[in-house]
Design a binder for this molecule. Structure first.
Ligand code: PEP
Ligand code: MN
Length: 337
């Protein structure tokens, strides 16, 4: 971290700041120019509050030269992390695809869709049992019964289960029943939930918040990792912008950015980004082209009657066709599918 003092800042202010920082265990590298003084702070500054330093009237600006995250930082872990989700490696050469309905609606529905996405080439299945809906009057999910249906679908297909957790009181059940626990966009900064998930060793799929910066997203991964759980997979799912044509705006640049900053795998959810089924295909292709390690795609056997997100859900035949086309893109960028 670097502190730049205002021209002519009083010597007492600088001395006080220096003593204060040294008391906290930092070393100060002081550079004195003709008008200005700069402090280079040496030590672990991740817990240092930049805004507290800015309060001082003698300070012109305070800048970080290193990211505030450590465990998630590629600088401390240059190799890509590969997360093992019940035998399916995410983050390696092979691109993994999670597919299934937005919500678990019945045993028949989730098993049917799981079987067809498996035929199409998906290596994990999804389905929401606890649904974070904008309206309290919308379908809220089948909850524990939904988890039971997912488990039965896993039994039939062998596909690992990905499903969303909304509160810490359900962690024990999720650890028992689920292969990859999803933290949804709306809970990306539910820090108490993240801390509790950090105490488990289950793989966590961390979606990017609706209005979260890339740094805030990785800091949320850091919360989980700081507790000891390093099994985190990032998921870009579109962010809020001024554009209303699409449900969200898929931030394709977040994929190379997150992969440069962090060693964690990054997957992309084009379904929630677009909100429209016909846009899922081109966005999925683009995601692989820019380096995504996997995809999360909503598939429904009867989208017209879906209880949630039917408009963005692919029918199984379309999903299978898309998977065939994605193989070509994967090959071009040196990946396998
Ligand atoms: C979901 O995956 O069903 C979901 C609700 O996603 P998000 O948290 O990205 O909106
Ligand atoms: Mn959905």
């Amino acid at each position: 971290m670097v502190i730049v003092f205002k021209p002519g800042a009083p010597a007492e202010s600088k001395a006080k700041m220096k003593a204060n920082l040294e008391r906290q265990g930092f070393q100060i590298n002081e550079i004195n120019g003709v008008n200005m003084t700069i402090f280079g702070i040496i030590g672990d500054t991740s817990a240092l509050d930049m805004n507290m330093l800015r309060i001082d009237d003698a300070v012109e600006k305070v800048m970080r030269v290193q990211e505030p995250f450590k465990r998630a930082n590629r600088a401390f872990h240059p190799a890509d992390s590969v997360i093992n989700v019940s035998g399916v490696p995410i983050g390696g050469k092979k691109i993994q695809v999670i597919a299934g309905p937005c919500s678990v609606e019945s045993q028949e529905q989730v098993t049917d869709v799981a079987k067809s996405v498996k035929l199409g080439g998906a290596t994990l299945m999804r389905g929401g049992a606890f649904k974070p809906r904008t309206s309290p009057y919308s379908f809220q999910g089948l909850k524990e019964l939904g988890l039971d249906y997912l488990k039965a679908a896993r039994e039939e297909t062998g596909l690992p289960i990905v499903t969303e957790i909304m509160s810490a009181d359900k962690i024990e059940r999720f650890v028992e029943d689920v292969d990859l626990i999803q933290v949804g966009a709306r809970n990306m900064q539910n820090f108490e939930l993240l801390k509790e998930l950090g105490k488990t060793n289950k793989p966590i799929l961390l979606k990017r918040g609706l209005s979260a910066t890339i740094e805030e997203w990785i800091m949320s991964a850091e919360y989980i990792m700081a507790g000891g759980n390093e099994n985190v997979i990032l998921c870009e799912r579109g962010i809020r912008t001024f554009e209303h044509y699409t449900r969200n705006t898929l931030d394709l640049s977040a994929i190379p950015a997150a992969k440069k900053l962090s060693h964690l795998p990054v997957i992309v959810d084009p379904s929630h980004a677009a909100g429209m089924w016909w846009m899922v295909e081109p966005l999925a292709k683009a995601a692989i082209a820019v380096g995504a390690d996997g995809l999360l795609i909503e598939v429904h056997n009867n989208p017209e009657c879906a209880l949630c997100d039917g408009a963005q859900s692919l029918k199984p035949e379309r999903f299978a066709r898309l998977m065939g086309e994605l193989k070509g893109i994967a090959r071009i960028v040196g990946r396998e599918m």
